[in-house]
Design a protein around this ligand. Structure first.
Ligand SMILES: O=C(O)CCC(=O)C(=O)O
Ligand SMILES: [Fe+2]
Length: 222
């Protein structure tokens, strides 16, 4: 008899990454950006315009100034606003479930999803999403759940001008587009942070930019 029930893939934290990369790369519509330096995937139209609009509504309702770890003293480094999204909310839960299905990353390893809102002139200068192992804030952020493994980021809208995400080491600029997903591995094969993942949210020139970000950790998020 045919067994129609399939078990969802679960690749834990996404480290080591081989099985998860093979799974993600095989999903329909997923493109891998060719580079020996970092593992970066793109999926256009991942979220429906309706789901994007519902997430934007939540970001609008609950935003606060964004923060950074290991501040370098530049007050203009990250000028956007952030929204902590409630994972029990149906819209957020649906988005989380879609990310799990696409990536095979274990939701137990995921930080709560965040929304980011950039008004005209706002930006997030060049940075990496992992925590600097030698940084002052490392223990504060990583003692329980460990280092960040994967970043999943989804654009919720298209700006009128500006607001692209730039990966300077590989000379790649990604333009915001409704529902477009980016996913990259913050770590190298040996588990150390990959500096080639440096990226920036470029200044919005016209319109407002909204994204959601979801980070996964080495250990379960508690
Ligand atoms: O807004 C962007 O394009 C990048 C956002 C980002 O890098 C982050 O939130 O860590
Ligand atoms: Fe980032």
């Amino acid at each position: 008899m045919n067994q129609l029930l399939t078990t969802a893939a679960n690749f834990g934290s996404g480290y080591p990454s081989e099985a998860m990369v093979a799974h993600l790369g095989a999903q329909s519509g997923v493109q891998r950006v060719p580079s020996p330096k970092l593992t970066l995937f793109l999926r256009r139209g991942f979220l429906s315009p309706d789901l994007c609009a519902a997430l934007i509504e939540q970001i609008e309702a609950q935003r606060r100034p964004s923060t950074i770890s290991d501040s370098n003293g530049d007050a203009g480094f990250r000028t956007s606003e952030t929204c902590d999204l409630d994972r029990t909310d149906p819209v957020v839960a649906e988005t989380d479930a879609l990310i799990t299905a696409l990536t095979g990353l274990d939701p137990a390893h995921g930080e709560p999803m965040q929304g980011q809102r950039y008004a005209v002139g706002q930006e997030f200068k060049g940075h990496t999403d992992y925590f600097e192992p030698a940084g002052l804030d490392y223990l504060k952020y990583c003692s329980v759940a460990g280092q960040r493994t994967w970043t999943v980021m989804i654009y919720l809208n298209q700006t009128e001008a500006g607001g692209a995400t730039r990966f300077k080491t590989i000379d790649k600029i990604v333009q915001p587009e409704v529902g477009k997903l980016l996913a990259w591995n913050n770590l190298r094969p040996d588990g150390t942070p990959n500096p080639a993942t440096i990226h920036q949210g470029m200044k919005v020139r016209s319109g407002v930019k909204y994204v959601v970000t979801k980070w996964f950790r080495m250990r379960e998020w508690k």
